[in-house]
Structure formats: structure tokens, C-alpha cells
Design a protein around this ligand. Sequence first.
Ligand SMILES: Nc1ncnc2c1ncn2[C@@H]1O[C@H](COP(=O)(O)OP(=O)(O)O)[C@@H](O)[C@H]1O
Ligand SMILES: O=P(O)(O)OC[C@H](O)CO
Length: 494
Amino acid sequence: MSAVYLLAIDQGTTSSRAIVFARDGSIVGSAQREFRQHFPAEAWVEHDADEIWQVTLAVCREALTDAGVAATDIAGCGITNQRETTVIWDRATGRPVHRAIVWQDRRTADWCREHGGDEREGWLQARTGLLLDPYFSATKIRWLLDNVDGVRQRAEAGELAFGTIDTWLLWQLTNGREHATDASNASRTLLFNIHSQDWDDELLAFFGVPRALLPEVHDNAADFGTIDADHLGAAIPVGGMVGDQQGALVGQACFEPGMVKSTYGTGCFLVLNLGREAVTSRHRLLTTVGYRLNGETTYALEGSIFVAGAAIQWLRDALHLIEQAPETQAMAESIDGTDGVYLVPAFTGLGAPYWDPEARGAIFGLTRDTGIKQIVRAALESTCYQTRDLVEAIGDDAVTPTELRVDGGMVANDWVCHCLADVLQMPVARPAVIETTALGAAYLAGLQAGVYDSLEEIGALWRAQQTFAPQREAAAMQGLYDGWLEAVRRVRSE
Ligand SMILES: Nc1ncnc2c1ncn2[C@@H]1O[C@H](COP(=O)(O)OP(=O)(O)O)[C@@H](O)[C@H]1O
Ligand SMILES: O=P(O)(O)OC[C@H](O)CO
């Protein structure tokens, strides 16, 4: 019998990746390509959905070649994606009516402000677990319906389809046969009721979105159709679909309530498994679908920090204090502390749990002795302090985790992992397979294909590459964290 492989498509904000995994979760081959970012106006961000499809198809082919695996040896494909990003296309031609509006795009901020208010926000949070914010898909769809010629009429006539990027790729991969999404992606639109697990007519009426636009919503491991043989050389079933942060929750095998993962890329997304209970946050964290399997929903609480690795990019590209991100490790290690220097990277406001779009970044505590190393270390520390802000909030809303599973480009930095363990006063585990998002999608496809029988079987495959235990004293860390809270207080707009 030939070996069994799984193909994961990871369609991110700046690049598409495809990875071929073996049954044990090891990587056999991969490929990655970046695509163009479009910034047509201040705070607007768009992607060309056709370009996304083309680069994604290309990396799938390249990954199979890199792995030396034929499409016929792939038991199933899983798709994971940048979430919320919105595409509307013509069902007859498969052509988008406009460029995709990306999750980062803020063009609907005024609409959100005008239609918000405590009562309305409470109503939305109770149904969707989310906030009224341009981040989510609903107001992006509305903008397309209101601003692109003929789109509202064509949508109402059933001629058009809406999808997040998972749905768009599935449509293309199946040559227009499948118009479907999964519960985790649907739960990021503001149109999906996370309790009834269905599109919600009252939400659709509020945002003015015709139901005819919407895809079917499946479990995360389900029959999503089959990739047409002309794309990859043989028909491949699509058995898994999941938003990327929930994909990492699965890839990190956080299957028990109270388990939490945190992904450190450009920003940072921390996701806690809530089990069957859709806890409502008092700290403006998001209640979302972690995953839905066999019709049973596991909920999750999510906190997002806008700037994590992006602060390191800023040190490199704007301040020219470093040439490469990995240099920051030795610089931080070479001093005992920042001598009271704090860097609050609120470049685009503050995310969870503050949600203060008007706040701006600052560096505090500068003296004649402050040098590059102190500023670099303060930038790394800011990511750890912001993680503690989120952990404190989820502890108050739900449960304080006992361990943090981390992934993403920034945790290649050992010093960051040590610092996280110290600031959180809890062990920080870095897994052997760092591509957790794609791995999660592959696992879901493997569940559907019968490669795995259960989440327990998948959980047993998870291995820590290294676990970092707290080394510095709790009292000293509390003192440093108090200094951070004071620095945040000083940058806030209210
Ligand atoms: N050794 C390192 N130390 C600190 N930051 C790092 C290191 N390596 C990468 N980074 C940061 O991690 C980010 C890249 O991580 P990645 O997971 O690829 O992000 P994304 O998927 O958001 O593009 C960059 O912002 C970079 O500055
Ligand atoms: O593509 P990423 O990794 O930046 O993730 C984007 C998130 O899904 C947005 O919610």
C-alpha cells in the first residue's frame, strides 16, 4: 500500500502556502508565494482574488513536486485562510465584481460608529460573539453592495456569490460546483448566529445582506467536494476547512477546555478552547467557533494584538536599529533589563482588551544611558506584556490557562519564549512542527478521510520541541508588568 499524505492550503494575508504532510504530521514538501497588496486609499487594503487563486494553485503544484508525491497519493486536502476578507463574484462567470476587501481594511469605520451604541453592540455580541467593527465581513459586503454598480440588484437576483477566501478557493478548485464555508469562518462574518449555528435573518436584515449571496456552512471536517482533476493531475477530496487562527488551535492540539495557543506573526492571536460554552467576554474578547465536528461546536475566546513581529519590522525598516529580526535575541540577552524603558507599539491603536483605535505608540523612560539594546529589548518585551494583558482578561472571563502553546515566526526567538514564560509565570511550549495552521487544516482533512479516527489520536501526535519554564521571580515580574500597565495608561486616548 502506498503512503498516505495530506495537502494543506494556507492562504494568508501576504502569501499563499501549500504543504504536504505525512500521516504523523511531519512536513514532506512545501511551497510559498507572495502576492500584491493594494492600498487604494488611507486605511483601505485590497487583494486581487484572481491573483490569490493563481498563486494558490501554483503553490499546490509546487508543493506536490517538492514532496515528490503524486496527487493520487493525497488522501485529502484541507484549506485554511486569512479570515474575514470578503469576495463577491458572479456565479455564471466566476469573475469577482471587485477586488477583495481585506480584514485590515477600515473603510466602514464611519458606518460602524453611526450604527453602534451599547444596546446594538450588546445585541450583536449576544448573537455573534463579535463587536461592531470594520474587521468583520458584514460591513465589507454592505460596502460592495452599496458602492459597486449593479451589485445589489444582481445579488438580490441570486446572480452573485459571497465568500471569505476559503469559499472563494473552494469555488475555483471545484470549478464552481461548491459554494460552501465552515463554521469557524462563518463565525467571523457578523452574519452567523453562533448559538443556532446558522445565518441569522435579523443580522442579515440589519446589515442589508441578501441571503442569496451566502454559502452553505459545513462542519470543519466535512465533504466540501472534490478538486477538479485538471488542477492538480487527479481529483482530490476537500475534507477540511478552517479559519487560520482556529486552524492553529487544532494544529496545536488544544482540544481540552482551558488549553490555549498563541500565534506570533505580524500580529498576535491568542485563542482559548472554551469547550461547549460560548462564554461572553467582559473584556471585549471575541467569542468564536473554535471548531465544529459531527455537528458539535467547540467554542473559543480570542484576543488579538495588532503589533507583535511588526514592532521588530519597525525597528529594522523605520529605525534601522537592526538588520535582521534574529539579531534581537542576542541584543536582549546581552543586558539584564531595559532600565525602565517601555515601548508601547500602538502604531494603529490598541487591540484586545483595550480596543482603542485612537491610541498611538510611545517609548517611555529614556535616559542618557538608554541605547539600542534597551529599545530592542523593550520591543520584544511589549509582545510578552500584551500577551499577559490577554491572559489576565481570559482569566477573568473564563479560565486561567496552565500552559501556553506558541507558534509563528517570532517564537523562533528563544529569548522571547523565556520572557513570555517569566511575564506569564507559566510554562511556554514550542511545538516540533511550527506550521501549526496548515497542520490543523491537514488534520481536519485527515479526520474526514479516515486517516485519523479521533481528536485523541491527533492530540497524541503533538510534540513539544522545547518547553520554557519561568525563571525570574513572580514579584519582580509583577513590578515590571505594573510599569507596562502605567505606560499603556499614558498612551490611551480616553
Ligand atoms: N528571531 C526573531 N525574533 C523576533 N522576531 C522575529 C524573529 N523572526 C521573525 N520575527 C518576526 O516574526 C514575523 C514573521 O512571522 P510570520 O509567522 O512569518 O508572520 P506572518 O505570517 O504574519 O507574515 C515578522 O514580523 C518578524 O519581524
Ligand atoms: O493571514 P494572517 O496569518 O495574518 O491571519 C489573519 C487573520 O486570520 C485575520 O483575522
